[in-house]
Design a protein around this ligand. Structure first.
Ligand code: GAR
Length: 200
């Protein structure tokens, strides 16, 4: 059984989906630690309700990004975390965290990458006039939403869609696909080959 560390910045609905799938026994893993870069993140309350340890590290309290990430890595290691899941964690991960968890850090993004990376995936898809968007779970590398893709699910953009409506339909799919990707990792079924992820 693997230990998961989840990094959040806000609402934490993907964190909740992960917790629920673990509690239902759909994913053989334990959520060992939830870390937020924001003390007010609602996801911290969700973790506490499930008696999951939490930690808050605010980047402004550190002199640089390396020091900030060193504290995160220390906490992850102390809690024996095997897989780091970014779930609405709105910061670019630096080399300190990536070196410690290379090939063991994954992220969920609300668009079909490589289209519409960055913080506003749904808005970008709408503004561009895309007819289909969706969700991507990928391994994290040094870039912004550029790492090898594990799973994707398409979501249609409907006539008259607002950012909120499209985001909500995408979010429903996020809650299904993220636990699936974690399950594949936990079962040792993902192999990174260059840009590609082979599912065994
Ligand atoms: C989710 O839609 C997630 O895909 C997105 O932030 C939201 C967080 O929601 N992440 C990104 O845009 C990363 N580039 P949540 O806090 O309820 O899980």
């Amino acid at each position: 059984m693997i230990n998961i560390g989840v990094l959040i910045s806000g609402r934490g609905s993907n964190l909740q989906a992960i917790i629920d799938s673990v509690e239902k026994g759909e994913v053989l893993a334990k959520v060992a630690l939830v870390i937020s870069n924001k003390p007010e993140a609602y996801g911290l309350e969700r973790a506490k309700k499930h008696r999951i340890p939490t930690a808050v590290f605010e980047p402004d309290n550190f002199t640089n990004k390396n020091d900030y990430e060193s504290e995160i890595v220390k906490a992850l290691k102390e809690n024996k975390v095997d897989l780091v899941c970014l779930a609405g964690y709105m910061r670019i991960v630096g080399h300190v965290l990536l070196d410690a968890y290379k090939g063991k850090t994954i992220n969920i993004h609300p668009a079909l990458l490589p289209a519409f990376p960055g913080p506003h995936g749904s808005k970008q898809a709408l503004d561009y006039g895309a007819k289909i968007s969706g969700v991507t779970v990928h391994f994290v590398d040094e870039g912004c939403d550029t790492g090898p893709i594990i799973l994707q699910q398409a979501v249609p953009v409907l006539e008259g869609d607002t950012e909120e409506a499209l985001s909500a339909r995408i979010l429903e799919e996020e809650h299904k696909i993220y636990p699936q990707a974690i399950r594949l990792f936990a079962e040792g079924r993902l192999r990174i080959e260059g840009r590609k992820v082979k599912i065994m």
